[in-house]
Design a protein around this ligand. Structure first.
Ligand code: 6PG
Length: 471
């Protein structure tokens, strides 16, 4: 009997997704370029399961029921095209390829067009949740034609994480929109991680908390409505892990040089292209970049002095202020990510992407899963045309109530010389967004002065441009 689903690429994510699909009642065929990987998978984790191992792509394609649904889980970039080119002569009209990797959305746009022109279907699907999510329920962000999505809907709604308001999957929109939304998810992930890192830096180096106290604070934060989330939970756990070799907290032994695979940078590039302001996410990408020049920083630390010392006020109060600063900054970061998806939806994806649905499908399975996504979903359900999350009743009052703490924390950080790039980028975003008049009137004057670039006037309609004789 033919298998109902096929998967190519048995690395960590592929293996776990294959087992998830099979566990949910869909017989699956698998293929991996290196046969030994397939054999090992069959001998171990897939033993006794309805998984059909195949050792050539011909055998793989032949083992699938039609129209075929083939998921590829290989490294983003050229390997995806390579697999697709190998599949093209073997598959038939109506068959579908689903790319579940972190592909660049413009590549996905190109692949959708190419495959459809050949009579095939193509779905670019963001998959979030790491190894555990892939096995037990990821968050899935599929984009392509709606008809193609409908065909995989029975499978993806079963394998996705399940939360109170449904499975963590929805049809995102046309073309590369699924991978676009996954890319912005990762940009937000970078923002969250950087904000948490800054809170940690302040608690450790300004407040002097040790790893046990850090564990307690983050565990406590994880019980709150605002901050309850996967990333806060794992942060709390990280502080309990001791290094076998040194007996020190492992986090203290880990080198402070962050890696990145590109999705955060892509988010920034796209935001700049579309003209959407995402300073918190930009700060997060920059923070990883500057962290990575470790040796240069070590050398600089010997000659560039600055303030040091500890916070000398009430520690409990400070911890709560950092919590408030973290939450306000996080709201700003999500406001930026959502605004970016909103603009991309209008400009690139026929206004098809539903922001409330994006928030809903991130409630479970993915790396940024968090209690407060329910509030974001509610805000967009109430007002799908909400220009910015900061204006939603759910968030507006919270920020207004807590902004004093947020400002205090930034002042403390500046005084002690602790960099808080994402906290401050978030506050700058808030202060810029809420101000009716910014100093860019001067920028316009300068542009007109040196280059006759013209300017609009406060007393004339927008779009009417004037020029002055400055000399
Ligand atoms: C997810 C993650 C996943 C991966 C990131 C890490 O949603 O499951 O985002 O896709 O962990 O790509 O990215 P960096 O290596 O760039 O931090």
């Amino acid at each position: 009997m033919a298998q109902s689903f096929g998967l190519i690429g048995l690395a960590v994510m592929g293996e776990n997704l294959a087992l998830n699909v099979e566990r949910n009642g869909f017989p699956i065929a698998v293929y991996n370029r290196t046969s030994a990987t397939t054999e090992k998978f069959m001998a171990e984790r897939a033993q006794g399961k309805n998984v059909k191992p195949t050792f050539t792509l011909e055998e793989f394609v032949q083992s699938l029921e039609r129209p075929r649904k083939i998921m590829i889980m290989v490294k983003a970039g050229a390997p995806v095209d390579a697999v697709m080119n190998q599949l093209k002569p073997l598959i038939e009209e109506g068959d579908m390829i689903i790319d579940g990797g972190n592909s660049l959305y413009t590549d996905t746009e190109r692949r959708v067009k190419d495959m459809e022109s050949l009579g095939f279907r193509f779905v670019g699907m963001g998959v979030s949740g790491g190894e555990e999510g892939a096995l037990n329920g990821p968050s899935l962000m599929p984009g392509g034609t709606e008809a193609a999505y409908k065909e995989i809907e029975p499978i993806v709604t079963k394998i996705a994480a399940q939360v109170d308001d449904g499975p963590c999957v929805t049809y995102i929109g046309p073309g590369g929109s699924g991978h676009y939304v996954k890319m912005v998810h990762n940009g937000i992930e970078y923002g969250d991680m950087q904000l948490i890192a800054e809170a940690y830096d302040l608690l450790k180096n300004a407040a002097g908390l040790n790893h046990e106290q850090l564990h307690e604070v983050f565990s406590e934060w994880n019980t709150t409505d605002e901050l309850n989330s996967f990333l806060i939970e794992i942060t709390a756990n990280i502080f309990t892990k001791m290094d076998d070799e040194t007996g020190l907290p492992l986090v203290d032994v880990i080198l402070d040089a962050a890696g990145q695979k590109g999705t955060g940078r892509w988010t920034v590039e796209s935001a700049l292209d579309l003209g959407v302001s995402i300073p918190t996410i930009i700060a997060a990408v920059n923070a990883r970049i500057i962290s990575s020049i470790k040796e240069e920083r070590v050398a600089a630390s010997k000659v560039l002095t600055g303030p040091s010392g500890k916070y000398d006020g009430d520690l409990k109060e400070f911890v709560n202020m950092v919590r408030d600063a973290l939450y306000c900054s996080k709201i700003c970061s999500y406001a930026q990510g959502m605004a970016l998806i909103g603009k991309a939806s209008k400009e690139l994806f026929e206004s098809k992407v539903d922001l409330g649905e994006c928030a809903r499908i991130w409630k479970g399975g993915c790396i940024i899963r968090a209690g407060f996504l329910g509030k974001i979903k509610h805000a967009f359900d109430e007002n799908p045309d909400l220009p910015n999350l900061l204006l939603a009743p759910e968030f507006k009052q919270t920020i207004l109530d807590r902004q004093d703490s947020w400002r205090q924390v930034l002042m403390t950080a500046a005084k002690l010389g602790i960099p808080v790039p994402a906290f401050s980028a978030s506050l700058d975003y808030f202060d810029s967004y809420r101000r009716d008049r910014l100093p860019q009137n001067l920028t316009q004057a300068q542009r007109d002065y040196f280059g006759a670039h013209t300017y609009e006037r406060t007393d004339k309609p927008r779009g009417e441009f004037a020029h002055a004789e400055w000399f």
